[in-house]
Ligand binder design. Structure first.
Ligand SMILES: *Cc1c(COP(=O)(O)O)cnc(C)c1O
Length: 414
């Protein structure tokens, strides 16, 4: 499959065979071998998402005037999300195409809101984020000409509210907390971080890209979590990805705002060109209607009870993995309450173990601070945790006995 566009077309049957064949080179997510990227919640859920997506395959979220159905579905998805985030009356939100886009737009809104209520900034605007915050904040800041300060974590790997408060200066437009943070899966002390931000008159964003559609159900199942949602005073925006633990089609996230005044800074309008007024709430223009329809359908298909059932199984999977690695002498980083876990140990040759695991067909994800292994779990992992732990044990032994294999630097990071 290389070179210029072939002159002659190819029948679909042949292409379907080629696509299926191409997939053989990929890591086996269905077999639970991929520790991130895919959030599987069962074949029935996948089928609902696919069928809904296909029904709205050609429709475009850019055109709510033409596609009133999509506009209504988006409103209903946002309302469900706002209720899950325990939003106060008057809170607003919108769908985006992913966590990165939600974060971009939160940063954009925070800057604009700050300028609108407090006048211009004297220097370069600045974000203060914990070390564990997702790179999307730095990506957004890079694109928008904003500085980022990353503050140290506490010993339990949660963000340190005092370090964040101390880093706030006159140009700080936003502070960030994660629920949970991706590297260690721990939930930051949002109440303290948001409270400090409010005292400084600074916008607080909670990145719940991972936890937004998982943590509420885990809490209903009795998992003890610090408050992190829109019920916390000082929290201005929350990003929550539907295409992670909402189990919807990829290309779907949500961004929620405390009130209409902050929400009004999300969008962007322009009319100085021949075609007339152009307005979007999103960074992208054209948006897949399928991703909106699939999100609407999967939320309704599962209902709260369905999400709770799946959350229970994911939590049990994380606990089984956690107990297993602790039995093998690894140290779990912090006290991860949800679906992400990372662990390591100074006495282990993690590079060697990585090589051994990869030779056994596992895609290995690593953390670098501390040096360790990383898993974001879903139902594809449920049946293979025992197999993984057996292979991990063999990998430890294999790494000890293989002196021939030199340590491999910096493999498999994200
Ligand atoms: C996945 C993730 C993001 C970015 O989301 P994308 O959908 O990959 O753009 C942001 N923050 C956290 C905590 C995430 O896990």
């Amino acid at each position: 499959m290389s070179g210029a566009l072939p002159e002659a077309g190819t029948p679909w049957e042949a292409l379907a065979d080629q696509l299926a064949e191409a997939r053989n080179q990929d890591a086996d997510w269905r077999g639970g071998r991929v520790p991130l990227y895919v959030h599987f919640a069962g074949d029935d859920v996948l089928e609902v998402a696919k069928r809904a997506y296909e029904m709205y395959f050609s429709e475009n979220g850019l055109g709510p005037r033409a596609f009133k159905s999509l506009a209504r579905m988006e409103r209903e998805v946002v309302d469900i999300g706002l209720a899950l985030m325990r939003a106060p009356a008057g809170a607003c939100g919108a769908m985006t195409t992913g966590g990165t886009e939600s974060i971009f737009l939160a940063v954009k809104a925070a800057r604009e809101y700050r300028v609108s209520v407090r006048g211009g900034l004297r220097g370069t605007p600045r974000l203060v984020v914990p070390r564990s915050a997702h790179p999307a904040f730095d990506k957004a800041a890079f694109f928008m000409g904003i500085d980022v300060v990353r503050t140290p974590l506490m010993n339990d790997f949660r963000a340190d509210p005092d370090a964040i408060a101390a880093a706030i200066d006159e140009n700080t437009i936003m502070v960030v907390a994660s629920a949970p943070a991706f590297p260690h899966g721990v939930v930051d002390p949002v109440t303290e971080i948001a409270g400090n931000a409010a005292r400084h008159g600074v916008w607080c964003h909670v990145d719940a890209c991972v936890g937004g559609y998982f943590a509420p159900f885990a809490a209903q199942l009795g998992v003890a979590l610090p408050a992190w949602d829109l019920s916390v005073p000082g929290v201005c925006t929350i990003s929550a990805d539907l295409h992670k633990y909402g189990y919807t089609a990829k290309g779907a996230s949500t961004l929620f705002f405390r009130d209409e005044a902050t929400f009004s800074k999300m969008g962007w309008a322009f009319d100085d060109w021949p075609r007339g007024r152009y307005f979007t709430n999103t960074l992208v223009g054209t948006r897949p209607g399928g991703a909106i329809a699939a999100a609407w359908a999967v939320l309704r298909y599962l209902g709260a009870s369905g999400y709770r059932r799946i959350a229970q199984r994911v939590l049990d999977t994380r606990r089984a993995l956690q107990a297993g690695v602790v039995r093998q002498g690894f140290q779990v980083f912090g006290d991860p309450p949800l679906s992400i876990i990372s662990y390591g140990g100074d006495t282990y040759d993690l590079e060697g173990i990585t090589g051994e695991l990869e030779a056994r067909g596992w895609l290995v994800a690593r953390t670098q601070q501390p040096n360790g292994f990383h898993h974001m779990l879903n139902l594809s992992h449920e049946p293979v945790i025992g197999q993984y732990l057996d292979d991990l044990e063999s990998a430890i032994i294999g790494a000890r006995s293989s002196t021939a294999q030199p340590p491999r630097a910096g493999s498999a990071s994200y």
